[in-house]
Design a protein around this ligand. Structure first.
Ligand code: PXP
Length: 262
């Protein structure tokens, strides 16, 4: 049964994605700014976890960043990774709290879509088995698509992260009809995934302007936000950006009126 909130919802977790602290560092080489320092600051500002994507081409986060995060963080690390043997070995060596399986293309600027799990179901089922046995909470990054969500339930993935980029991009580009359609799809698919027994997260492209309608969806338990918060940190500082996002999430959870973008 879908959740129909008649009272304030529980706390929504915020994961800060620190990839783009590493992007800035790597623009010059060297060690500044340090993603670990950002992660520790984020913990102090109220983030519930840290997300880092170790890409095949190491364009931002590096292997030594993962070593440092695993050694020094007290909050959970969500390790975003492609479904490759190399990444599986790294994850099994570190056994982070969580792994999120994402598609990865060398030429893309960022993760462009959800994983096509329906097409690759058997391989991904085998791929996640040792990660689950090692105690990692496995999530799969998926489009708001029934077929993909059904695949996740079939392979026994405990968590899906729904791709909210199409909603957020439509909002920021002023395509409001599409935005509203995407929000309805997100609402329906979050409820559908929840009904299938999956824990539901959301991520990609979230800003101050788009966070509330997503945070109001009662089935969603965690948001992973990166680029916008790291960008805002330039103007207001990372601590202030995280606190403001946290407040917006909490306000949305307290306000149980209908969905939509104010
Ligand atoms: N969740 C997933 C699965 C992602 O791939 C990304 C981007 O790395 C994010 C969340 C964060 O997206 P953004 O940086 O746009 O906030």
């Amino acid at each position: 049964m879908a959740l129909h909130p008649s009272q304030p919802l529980g706390r929504l977790r915020l994961g800060l994605n620190i990839d783009h602290v590493a992007t800035v560092r790597n623009a010059r080489g060297g060690s500044y700014p340090d993603p670990l320092r950002a992660a520790l600051l984020a913990e102090a500002a109220g983030a519930d976890g840290i997300t880092a994507h170790l890409r095949e081409d190491r364009r931002h986060i590096t292997d030594s960043d993962i070593d440092a995060l695993m050694k020094n963080l007290s909050s959970p690390l969500n390790f975003e990774m492609a479904a490759t043997d190399e990444m599986q070995q790294i994850a099994l060596r570190h056994t982070p709290h969580a792994v999120c399986i994402v598609p990865e293309k060398r030429q893309e600027l960022t993760t462009e879509g959800g994983l096509d799990l329906a097409r690759d179901e058997n391989r991904i089922a085998q791929f996640i088995a040792p990660l689950r046995e090692a105690g990692c909470r496995v999530s799969i990054f998926l489009a708001t698509d029934k077929r993909q969500i059904e695949s996740a339930a079939r392979i026994g993935a405990p968590v899906v992260e729904l791709h909210v980029g199409p909603f957020c991009d439509a909002h920021s580009e002023g395509r409001f009809e599409t935005r509203d359609e995407e929000l309805i799809k997100l609402k329906d698919m979050a409820a559908y995934a929840h009904d299938l027994g999956l824990e539901v997260h959301a991520g990609h492209g979230i800003t101050y302007d788009t966070v509330k309608p997503i945070a109001k969806l009662p089935e969603i338990m965690e948001l992973n936000i990166g680029h916008f918060l790291i960008g805002e940190a330039i103007f207001s500082g990372l601590d202030s950006a995280i606190r403001r996002m946290r407040n917006l999430m909490d306000e949305a959870r307290r306000d149980v009126s209908g969905i939509g973008v104010a």
